[in-house]
Ligand binder design. Structure first.
Ligand code: ADP
Ligand code: ASP
Ligand code: MG
Length: 423
């Protein structure tokens, strides 16, 4: 008997019909002789709607209360899904994140899982029931308050539970047939990948391919949990996220596995920074102390005559106000001239293990961008990734150009996007 963890995203359970369709799928898996644990997200765009609602009350809701509000979305789903399964003649028991033993730190809005103690889930399974767990939520070890894991966090709940239960596989059901060479909403002739390695998927997820939550991939890699990303609207084989590409998978030879894009970042430029030892350390210490994650950093050569330089860095738009406030606070002490905030940027990333051994990838990439009229503002690289920042308005054109330049376009038809609003 296999133990399978299945996660259904918001678009898969967007309405009552969706709930019933998913319930049939779960019961079929159970009837095939498996033990089944299901992790479910909030219905459709519920989480976004709850955030909008909170923002109508206050621009900066308290983290504790916002988490309490948002976790309600997944509670609605889990109860409805348990009812739909029960209608099909199987026992299903729903559990909140806390009841399922998802223990986190106490950082509201982006809590990290520190332990999973799924005693009640195991009990339900032993008694022959299907366990339904609310994704995206946990309970803080210290404060005992309800926490959320960050947007898209139900994927992480699923993999963390799969690891704690020593499941055979974690299936992530979504609204496309798997992981594609680019977001099929932007590149309709993107190619479905048969397999993608944990390392490649980590870079794709970190670069904005929201099909999998970044921390879920980190978790899967650490516990070597195979993930099967597939559609809940079809029975097509999806994409396997694994340690190495299986032998014979042609993707192994591909230089570039995928292209990710991200419009959720902003750029801050600190103008006229005195070019002394320790100044950058002081600035970024202040940013770190405010719990702000930064991504790319560029520092210009200082003009000899002035001894001043400019430093630019990117960060999530959601952390823009807090970063700007932090910098203004240390402006007098550090002595820089001004701050510029730009939220009209896009990030485009090329990811592939093959680029390690193939020179010329950067040159081809930049040539494709230049032909498409996309100006590069910042560049950063890792061993298997090249990212650039450009104008947000140019981003999708750049993605399409790079996709064609690396011959990733699928000749046989277009990818199906089954649901979701892309929000
Ligand atoms: P769910 O609600 O099921 O968690 P998400 O909206 O979080 O679904 O993630 C699925 C979406 O991710 C797809 O609809 C697609 O638009 C987007 N996406 C971005 N990059 C990729 C990619 N490389 N492959 C597949 N989907 C991608
Ligand atoms: N409902 C949450 C969100 O929209 C978690 C998830 O869907 O994974 O971010
Ligand atoms: Mg998601």
């Amino acid at each position: 008997m296999a133990l399978i963890v299945q996660k259904y995203g918001g678009s898969s359970v967007a309405d009552a019909e969706g709930m019933k369709r998913v319930a049939v799928r779960i019961v079929t898996t159970k009837r095939a002789g498996n033990q089944v644990v299901v992790v479910v997200s909030a219905m459709g765009d519920t989480t976004d709607e709850l955030i909008d609602l909170a923002n109508q009350i206050t621009p900066i809701p308290q983290g504790r209360e916002l988490d309490m509000l948002l976790t309600a979305g997944e509670r609605i789903s889990m109860a409805l899904l348990a009812m739909a399964i029960s209608n099909l003649g199987h026992e299903a028991r729903s559990f909140t994140g806390s009841q399922a033993g998802v223990i986190t730190d106490s950082v509201h809005g982006k809590a990290r899982i520190i332990d999973v103690t799924p005693g009640r889930i195991k009990e339900a399974l032993e008694e022959g029931a299907i366990a339904i767990v609310a994704g995206f939520q946990g309970i803080s070890q210290d404060t005992k308050d309800v926490t959320t894991l960050g947007r898209g966090g139900s994927d992480t709940t699923a993999v963390a539970l799969a690891a704690a239960l020593d499941a055979d596989v974690c299936e992530i059901y979504t609204d496309v047939d798997g992981v594609y060479s680019a977001d099929p909403r932007v590149v309709p002739n993107a190619r479905k990948l048969k397999s993608v390695t944990y390392d490649e998927m980590l870079e794709l997820a970190a670069s904005g391919a929201k099909v999998l939550h970044l921390r879920c991939v980190e978790y899967a890699r650490r516990y070597e949990m195979p993930i099967h990303v597939r559609s809940s609207f079809s029975t097509n084989e999806g994409t396997w996220v694994v340690r190495n590409h299986p032998e014979g998978d042609t993707m192994e030879q591909a230089i570039i596995s995928g292209i990710a894009h991200d419009k959720s970042e902003a750029k801050i430029t600190i103008v006229g920074v005195p070019d002394h030892t320790g100044v950058a350390a002081r600035i970024f210490q202040a940013i770190a102390d405010s719990d702000i994650n930064i991504d790319m950093i560029v520092q210009n050569v200082s003009a000899a005559s002035t001894g001043l330089t400019d430093i630019s860095f990117t960060l999530p738009k959601s952390e823009g106000p807090s970063a700007t406030a932090t910098l203004k606070r240390i402006q007098g002490e550090v002595g820089f001239l001004s701050i510029q905030y730009d939220d009209q940027i896009g990030k485009l990333s090329l990811v592939g293990a093959g680029m390690r051994s193939h020179p010329g990838v950067t040159a081809n990439f930049f040539a494709a961008l230049s032909e498409a009229g996309v100006n590069i503002e910042m560049i950063s690289t890792s061993e298997i990734r090249i990212s650039i920042i450009c104008r947000a308005a140019d981003l999708e054109r750049g993605v399409k150009a790079a996709h064609s330049a690396f011959e990733l376009d699928e000749s046989q038809g277009e990818a199906t996007v089954y649901g979701g609003t892309g929000r």
